[in-house]
Design a binder for this molecule. Structure first.
Ligand code: COA
Length: 438
């Protein structure tokens, strides 16, 4: 049978395709832009579902309208869409490092159904995972059922474990929906101050991992005139296209994947997805490869830039909960924090505004509050940046860290933080420094 004939023979409607899922199967969909919306929408119509789990990450679509006894949703990273469901008990959160997701799911899930959007089939019968290779590539092996949602808007990308052959596919549907996009964050004055400070730490020839959110994105505003930058990242953001256009990115100084930008998923605007389509400079990697600390360690001159919610005097970063309540998850923050310490000339930068809620809350805190978690540990933390400058914590004692962090706290909170540090025995009275206004 020709590949085209096999394609047509496997083509069904979404409602019929999901009937291939049996009770107790685990349904695994990729990170946001690769989610298959028509298949997800069709799931509640499948009366045979019972005791199934649905694993999703950073989902772009609403959670399912279906009883949890039939389908339990398990989030691998909360998003705006599934956060309310988490607090209503309709979504559960599975703690993870992004690098570990394939091995964790291989361990806990023996009956795996992969449901993913893909780019159209090529002449050799292959579909590409497009924007969202992430954990899907490694989980194809041993999957019980593979259901595809073919979308001509999904860019065809290259990389490792990034394609599926028609012979592996159980069934497929076609749905040419617009891929979810995320607008470029609106940047404020604080973002620019933070971006400028971080850009000053990045040298020509450095390789970059840029994390999620406005602050990490602001850094790229100041890199247009840098030269020979490389990209070894987890999430590929939109502004990468600007840096290619300005000539800043050449990937020529990469000790691995020379000449290639590597990422495990992309989330941006259509401009980014168009840029990725059949672009041989973009090389997608499974998260078990891109985020494995041994691989990160092989990339010399790697600078990681990630955001956090709050930092305590030890340098512990909580990047997942706000006011003690779950907001997001670890993603690859700890993978990169650990990995860059092993990279030759590597550097880990974590950024945050000094305050939240109109300067009423300091985000530099004596201790993490109740309900907070440690995403980047005190032993992995390197450099913290706020709009007041940088605190280089790596190699510093607790006392030195406390002083350095108070210096980049909002001036309004510096005396109060100093008082707390004295109470905690981290600074001594004789060293008390009135830092307000400095
Ligand atoms: N106390 C009270 N409120 C706080 C707060 C604090 N300490 N810190 C933040 N907030 C509020 C903000 O004011 C904002 O409120 P608003 O929506 O009303 O404006 C809201 O919480 C979100 O904060 P913000 O700083 O805008 O979050 P973000 O969307 O930029 O995300 C992280 C920041 C840290 C949550 C996000 O980067 C993350 O999840 N990181 C972990 C994963 C990671 O780094 N992966 C690495 C590679 S992708």
């Amino acid at each position: 049978m020709s590949y085209q004939a096999e394609y047509q023979a496997k083509r069904l409607t979404a409602e019929d395709a999901v009937r291939f899922i049996q009770p107790g199967d685990d349904i695994i969909v990729p990170v946001a832009p690769g989610e298959p919306p028509a298949l997800l929408n069709a799931l509640p119509s499948h009366s045979g579902l019972s005791g199934n789990r649905l694993f999703r990450m950073l989902t772009a679509y609403p959670i399912l309208d279906v009883e949890t006894e039939r389908v339990k949703e398990v989030s691998l990273f909360l998003s705006r869409q599934d956060r309310p469901g988490f607090f209503e008990g309709r979504v559960e959160l599975l703690p993870n490092h992004f690098s570990d997701i394939p091995s964790v799911l291989q361990q806990v899930s023996q009956k795996r159904v992969i449901m993913t959007a893909v780019s159209p089939m090529d002449e050799n019968g292959y579909f590409s995972l497009g924007t969202s290779l992430s954990y899907i590539g490694p989980l194809l092996e041993g999957a019980k059922t593979i259901i595809l949602e073919v979308n001509e808007n999904m860019p065809r990308t290259f990389g490792e474990q990034n394609r599926i052959h028609i012979s592996q596919v159980s069934v497929l549907i076609e749905n040419h929906f617009p891929i979810p996009t995320v607008a470029n964050p609106t940047l404020g004055e604080k973002d620019y101050q933070i971006g400028r400070t971080i850009a000053d730490l990045i040298r020509n020839g450095d390789n970059l991992q840029i994390g999620i959110g406005a602050m990490p994105n602001a850094v790229m505003e100041f890199l247009a005139d840098h030269r020979d930058l490389g990209v070894y990242t987890e999430m590929l953001p939109d502004k990468i296209v600007d840096l290619y256009e300005s000539g800043a990115i050449t990937n020529s100084n990469k000790s691995m994947y020379k000449g290639k930008t590597t990422a495990t998923f992309a989330f941006g605007t259509k401009r980014l997805y168009d840029f990725m389509h059949e672009n041989k400079d973009i090389y997608m990697l499974p998260c078990s490869v891109s985020n494995h600390i041994c691989n990160i360690a092989q990339i010399d001159h790697l600078v990681s830039v990630n955001a956090t919610v709050e930092v305590d005097f030890l340098g512990q970063c909580n990047s997942e909960t706000i006011n003690g309540k779950y907001y997001s998850s670890s993603g690859g923050q700890a993978d990169f924090a650990k990995g860059v310490r092993l990279s030759k000339h590597g550097r880990g930068i974590i950024c945050l505004y000094s305050t939240a809620k109109d300067d009423t809350i300091s985000k530099i805190v004596p201790t993490l509050p109740k309900g907070a978690v440690v995403t980047t540990s005190k032993n992995d933390v390197d450099t913290i940046v706020t709009e007041y400058g940088k605190a280089e914590l790596k190699g510093k004692t607790i006392k030195e860290r406390t002083e350095a962090l108070i210096r980049i706290a909002h001036p309004k909170f510096r005396d109060e933080l100093t008082f707390e540090a004295i109470q905690m025995g981290l600074l001594q009275q004789k060293n008390f420094f009135t830092v307000g206004g400095r």
